[in-house]
Design a protein around this ligand. Structure first.
Ligand SMILES: [Zn+2]
Length: 417
């Protein structure tokens, strides 16, 4: 199980490839140089051991989990507003250390790939570079770098200001140099006391299309922070890559999302936390009622999205108040289950669906593909709590489509002087 072993075997009682369950009997995986060299039905541990391979045994094998929405530089554990505000004031090196700790914690929980949904310092890009080293102990990071937002509107902790069409083109093209995806802050957050999104979208349909098209021309997909009917209609019509949060969803928007291949990352966790712990913010019983109604409505639309064939990505918004990196993936899976989705659908959203959406070369566990996997004590389909404590985690190191690096080319230039 040493990460340095070039070749080893894993014997599991059953396995999930990210899309299908294989539970007719045990299977033996032979892994060579980080890739699945063979998958054989049956328990071939003795034969593998004779060939000198280290063999790890477990109840169930499945792909590493993907948290499609997290903010590594934020610590979700503190729930005191003052402590959270102080955290953000720390020097860059401390915040980078916090991001590293968040990423390690996620990996220990079985999250082998994190899509970071933005930080204003670009710490996520730095953690992504560090994670390429197998000795880093970090999960793979797909980075939203710094996002774009309307000047003077919500999102300063994760996005840069843009205003007119020229500044949109300029900023998106510049950010595309280092970000894997371009994040746009399309709306503000929910006003829980009002029980609604009360401000107007930050960008018009034309402006949102300009962001999407400019990013696409630079080879980058987009993802939109968005809640509320007006913003959702814009995001779906503009064909962003995925809608993040998406509270106050409706059937018409879901139909447009399906037709325009817009994925949805519902992120129940931060709202659920505030409903379950209203004392952390001091919410009144009336606001707690709004939170419950918002969560129930979200659950209904998640089920509807699933039935309609909208691509679902499981993301937690870890780093938000009370949303702990790694641990939150299990909580989000529970929210999917409460909404009426089977565990198979939730685990698909937390594994293969995200990898396919990101365009990764190995979206499922298959012969010839990367070995990016979790070993569990038993089948999660029999005992979901097994997901809380993976026995072993193997994170693939190579990344998907690599960004062009502005600083790398700078270095090349200086070397040519
Ligand atoms: Zn977020």
């Amino acid at each position: 199980m040493s990460p340095d072993a070039k070749e080893f075997a894993v014997v599991a009682g059953g396995w999930f490839d990210g899309e299908r369950r294989h539970e007719a009997g045990p299977a033996t995986f032979v892994v060579r140089d980080g890739r699945i060299a063979d998958i054989a039905a049956g328990d071939h541990a003795a034969e593998c051991a004779r060939r000198g391979l280290a063999v790890t045994r477990g109840g169930y094998l499945m792909p590493g989990l993907v948290d499609a929405h997290a903010h590594l530089f934020l610590d979700g554990a503190p729930t005191d507003a003052k402590v959270r505000a102080e955290h953000l004031k720390q020097p860059l090196e401390q915040l980078t250390g916090a991001a590293r700790a968040s990423a390690r914690q996620a990996l220990a929980c079985g999250v082998t790939l994190v899509r970071d949904a933005g930080d204003r310092h670009g710490i996520n890009n730095r953690i992504r570079e560090e994670a390429a080293d197998p000795r880093s102990g970090l999960p793979r990071v797909r980075s939203g770098g710094l996002g774009v937002k309307r000047a003077k509107r919500y999102g300063a902790f994760m996005a840069a200001d843009v205003d007119d069409a020229d500044s949109i083109r300029e900023s998106v093209a510049a950010l595309a140099q280092s970000n894997d995806e371009i994040k746009l802050i399309l709306t503000g957050i929910i006003d829980f006391e009002a029980g609604a999104v009360t401000d107007e979208p930050q960008f018009s349909l034309e402006e949102t299309r300009l962001i999407v098209d400019t990013a696409r021309a630079c080879g980058r997909p987009t993802f939109a922070h968005c809640s509320g009917a007006k913003g959702l209609a814009i995001a779906a019509a503009a064909g962003v890559g995925s809608i993040e949060h998406g509270f106050f969803m409706d059937r018409g928007t879901l139909a447009l999302m399906r037709d325009n291949q817009v994925a949805w990352t519902p992120t129940f966790c931060p709202v659920y936390f505030q409903w379950a712990h209203p004392e952390a913010v001091g919410w009144s019983p009336q606001t707690v009622g709004h939170l419950r109604r918002i969560l129930d409505d979200h659950a209904r639309h998640l089920q509807l999205a699933h039935e309609m064939g909208v691509v679902l990505l499981l993301g937690t918004d870890a780093g938000s108040m009370g949303v702990r990196h790694g641990h939150a993936v299990f909580e989000e899976i529970v929210r999917y289950a409460e909404a009426g989705l089977g565990l198979e659908a939730a685990l698909h959203a937390a594994t293969a669906a995200a990898r396919r959406h990101f365009g990764l070369a190995s979206p499922v566990l298959a012969k010839g593909g990367e070995f990016d996997a979790l070993l569990l004590a038993a089948s999660p389909f029999g005992n979901p709590t097994c997901l809380r404590q993976p026995q072993a985690v193997w994170a693939a190191r190579t990344t998907g489509p690599r960004p062009m690096h502005a600083d790398a080319s700078d270095r090349d230039l200086s070397m040519n002087k």
